[in-house]
Ligand binder design. Structure first.
Ligand code: GLC
Length: 434
């Protein structure tokens, strides 16, 4: 008895501390709210690699060309047709609620006028800071700002790794030199924080060293002190807020309550004219539906050219996406993950009040679609963004049965969207599944 009493007292004393430490504590839920509702972000990989149209940073790291030849690209980074307001307008019109731009990739080339390094846009053919006007344009459009920042800087004299086969030193053997690098990178974060007040930090490259070596806990604490609302992606060596699967669409709903799939439109992050393996707008939209159906966000990448223009194929996809997200807003923003596998043959989302199911038709349906295991009675079924009321039939649900029955919905061809059709199933009450 005493023992039980004591242990439950201890539990009550410890509960607040425990709750505070949980990733899903109330403050976490509040902080992550806009991100959870946003669903779509646009990633921007812009840097000197766009000059030759080669792999960002990796091309010299993997020794496909020399570091010197790679850096010569600064002479071709003109930004002569760069219109940041156009970028921001295009991003907004795609339906994205946030954007993440590469302020500095692994090659160390900074888009802003950093005091930490000479390798920066003002010293390139552009002769100016190209980040500040973009941030301004993003703010003007009311979009949330994410800053991508690579922890590694393979060009920096005090960074251990130079290329795959060439190491400058080992951090453990030369702590002061490593300390010098830590000061440099943390100083750059301070510059970015003070100048741009990002809503989200998107770190990358943490795999090169461990959390202690990066001082990840300290960096996280510092960034949250600077801005208690800021969100940090997973790539700060285990000190982030959400998971970042890359390129591969998860097959099952990820366990992490917050996640974001980052994905290229073709196979490259930066501009590579020789890479024509573009996904169609429809494929991008289908993938987007799959992602939000599993409760995640899509961070879709564009790679502007060295002159600052956005390749036509990429702006086409953004505009097509914009038409579709505009038409289907209610099925996208602020929704939750939809039905688990087996209930419907395709992705679905659920309205925040849990009374409307949105079904994303994964193919051109041949007349009827089938929904299983939904116990609710149905108020109305309609085509999202179009209005047509659809007929349905409930089978295998005689009055004496407790089973949910099968719901068949007739979808006439003339209501189909040429990308992905969405059906709203308005339920009586909150969704109840068998
Ligand atoms: C990888 C690559 C990098 C790219 C990033 C985008 O970490 O190193 O080149 O920027 O993925 O998610």
């Amino acid at each position: 008895m005493t023992y039980h009493y004591r242990s439950s007292l201890l539990l009550w004393l410890l509960l607040p501390t425990w709750m505070f430490c949980q990733p899903d504590s109330l403050s976490m839920v509040r902080r992550m709210q806009w991100f959870k509702e946003a669903k779509l972000g646009i990633f921007i990989h812009w840097g000197i690699y766009a000059v030759k149209g080669i792999d960002e940073s990796w091309s010299f790291y993997n020794e496909y060309l020399s570091h010197d030849d790679y850096l010569k690209q600064t002479e071709g980074f003109t930004a002569s047709r760069y219109m940041p307001e156009e970028w921001a307008r295009l991003i907004k019109s795609s339906g994205a609620k946030y954007t993440v731009i590469t302020t500095r990739h692994h090659d160390g080339f900074s888009l802003w006028d950093t005091q930490g390094s000479e390798l920066k846009a003002p010293n390139s053919a552009a002769k100016r800071d190209v980040l500040t006007p973009f941030v301004q344009a993003v703010r003007d459009q009311g979009i949330k700002l994410g800053l991508y920042y690579s922890l590694p800087d393979w060009s920096y004299v005090d960074y251990p790794n130079e290329t795959r086969n060439s190491k400058r030193y080992e951090p453990g053997k030369e702590p002061p030199r490593w300390g010098h690098f830590l000061n440099y990178y943390q100083g750059q974060l301070d510059e970015l924080q003070r100048a741009y007040h990002p809503d989200l930090w998107w770190f990358d490259g943490d795999w090169e060293f461990n959390a202690d070596q990066w001082q990840a806990a300290k960096v996280r604490k510092h960034l949250l002190e600077e801005n208690p609302d800021v969100i940090i992606n997973s790539r700060l060596a285990g000190h982030g807020d959400y998971a970042t699967p890359e390129q591969g669409l998860p097959v099952r709903k990820p366990e992490d309550p917050y996640w974001e799939l980052c994905m290229t439109m073709n196979d490259s992050w930066g501009y590579q004219p020789n890479d024509t393996n573009y996904k169609s707008s429809r494929q991008v939209i289908q993938i987007f539906a799959d992602v939000i159906g599993m409760g995640g966000n899509l961070l879709l990448d564009i790679g502007p050219k060295a002159d600052g223009s956005i390749p036509a194929e990429q702006s086409r996809i953004l505009l097509d996406l914009g038409r579709w997200t505009q038409k289907h807003q209610e099925a996208i923003y602020g929704t939750e993950a939809g039905l688990p596998p087996g209930y419907f043959n395709g992705p679905s989302t659920l309205s925040a009040d849990r009374e409307t199911l949105y079904l994303f038709l994964p193919y051109d349906p041949q007349g009827q679609i089938e929904l299983r295991g939904v116990k609710n009675e149905i108020n109305r079924i309609r085509i999202v963004g179009e209005g047509t009321k659809l007929d349905h039939q409930v089978l295998m649900k005689p009055y004496w049965s407790t089973h949910a029955g099968l719901i068949y919905i007739d979808v006439p061809e003339y209501v189909l969207d040429h990308d992905v059709t969405v059906i709203a199933v308005q339920l009586k009450g909150k969704l109840e599944l068998e």
